[in-house]
Design a protein around this ligand. Structure first.
Ligand SMILES: Cc1cc2nc3c(=O)[nH]c(=O)nc-3n(C[C@H](O)[C@H](O)[C@H](O)COP(=O)(O)O)c2cc1C
Length: 446
């Protein structure tokens, strides 16, 4: 059997595009409509997707101009619910598809998070994944008592310890600890319950977890660090890794760097997939795909782009001088403790550090990045499958793709993936024809 491509769906409500205004969009006055999420889950399960993934952030973006007005006006990266109750609803109308949920280790406590994920793993019957992030967004930090971003390296140290504690807690109750013996009256065996007595640099947690072990025992851990430090952390904590689709050499480099970091941790890279995030627009015909693609950038105000970019780089793009070099801007971003590998990093890689941009030119690029217009994979099922296979093979044939699809996108865009792309990948022997595993972990492994 050929190595299988895994597919995840990312309908996180984070985009700047104005598709919510198109006829047929279910994002509007009824939002958040639980039926919309349930339908999406059913449809993605019909397409045999591994999981639906929800990214998260808790602050309304306020880096741009130092305020939230433009973010509020244009609906950029908000509104956002804590998706855990919605996942419960979606899990009740599906049986196989998994769910990815994001929390930031910088703000959360591992005991609470491990217990919540254990509960969700029970309710979904072993279909949970935890995407652990540090957050690089100022408005998130401001909600948790910080005046600015925590040092990039320090937040990854905390993330590693955070996941170590979660794993110890998930192991603190053995799977057969509960006996429910009606004769003796014994509920659980004390010999199978283990306090963890963790005393680390950041956390002090006695444990054990006060619940029974969940179906997967450890929900699948995902991590999306892309910098050298983030990659090291991913190698330490992650079952699978998220990456951004970039040029093939850049993706290969990320794969090689991750493999080296995994080996340094004593882990076998063969079992760790990278799930590459990619905006994918499949049309029944090429013309339909093209029209859907163009709708991404239609009527997007500059302010909305500024909000998105400033939020995600941690740097107020309203402060840009009329002309500047990419190297100069990148230095400012790094000094602000934001990630060095974001949009500006990608632009420097393409154009070189010394290339100068005017504000207008920069915002044109930013519009295309913010909406995913430039990097989108667009075409009919055959064209899209060709490219996915090429990227998959070029990056070691492990993992797969997380298809970014705004909740506001016309429902047809998801139907096209399920009804056209999936059968095309199946015809090529690259995609499952049924779910084989019982849990998300099993399904991701095959
Ligand atoms: C596919 C993908 C999903 C991500 N989801 C989130 C998210 O939901 N919340 C968040 O704060 N950061 C998210 N990030 C950002 C990463 O956690 C990470 O901070 C970023 O890739 C920069 O890498 P670095 O932290 O190693 O510098 C995501 C990144 C990728 C590639």
């Amino acid at each position: 059997m050929k190595p299988q491509i895994h597919l995840a769906l990312d309908p996180s409500w984070t985009q700047v595009e104005t598709q919510w205004r198109s006829p047929g969009s279910r994002v509007g006055p009824r939002y958040p409509d639980v039926a919309m999420f349930e339908d999406m889950a059913r449809l993605a399960e019909r397409g045999l997707f591994d999981m639906i993934f929800f990214g998260d952030g808790t602050g309304i973006p306020d880096t741009w101009t130092g305020g939230i007005a433009d973010a509020v006006t244009y609906g950029v990266a908000w509104p956002r619910m804590d998706m855990s109750p919605w996942i419960t609803a979606m899990s009740r109308v599906t049986s196989h598809i998994g769910f990815g949920l994001t929390y930031a280790s910088t703000f959360m406590h591992p005991f609470y998070t491990a217990r919540l994920l254990n509960s969700l793993d029970h309710i979904t019957n072993g279909r949970m994944a935890f995407n652990v992030v540090t957050s690089q967004r100022r408005s998130d930090y401001a909600n948790y008592g910080f005046d600015g971003l925590v040092d990039h390296g320090e937040r990854y140290e905390r993330l590693e310890e955070f996941v170590d504690v979660c794993r110890a807690l998930w192991d603190s109750v053995e799977p057969d600890a509960f006996v429910w013996d009606t004769t003796t009256g014994m509920v659980a065996d004390p010999a199978k319950i283990h306090p963890i007595n963790h005393v680390g640099k950041v956390f002090k947690v006695k444990g054990p977890l006060n619940v029974m072990a969940s179906p997967q025992r450890h929900p699948v851990v995902l991590q999306a660090g892309g910098s050298p430090r983030g990659t090291r952390a991913a190698a330490h904590v992650a079952d699978h890794v998220f990456g951004l689709t970039k040029s093939i050499p850049a993706m290969r480099k990320q794969r090689d760097d991750l493999d080296a970091a995994l080996r340094a941790e004593g882990r076998d890279p063969a079992g760790v997939g990278i799930i590459w995030s990619i905006r994918t627009i499949v049309g029944e015909t090429q013309a339909e795909a093209k029209a859907l693609h163009e709708s991404l950038i239609a009527d997007v105000p500059r302010e909305a782009v500024g909000v998105w970019l400033s939020h995600n780089t941690g740097y107020d793009m309203a402060q840009l001088p009329p002309r500047f070099s990419l190297g100069e801007l990148q230095a400012r971003i790094v000094a602000a403790n934001a990630s060095p590998v974001g949009f500006v990093g990608l632009l420097s890689e393409k154009y070189g550090d010394s290339t100068e941009f005017s504000r207008d030119e920069f915002f044109d690029h930013a519009l295309h990045a913010a909406t995913g217009y430039d990097t989108a994979l667009v075409g009919d099922a055959r064209q899209v499958a060709d490219r996915l296979e090429e990227l998959f093979e070029a990056t070691g044939s492990r993992g797969g793709f997380m298809i970014t699809l705004s909740q506001a996108a016309p429902p047809r865009t998801l139907e096209n993936l399920v009804d056209h792309l999936v059968p095309e990948l199946q015809r090529r022997g690259r995609y499952r024809t049924r779910y084989d595993g019982k849990t998300l972990r099993d399904n991701l492994a095959t």
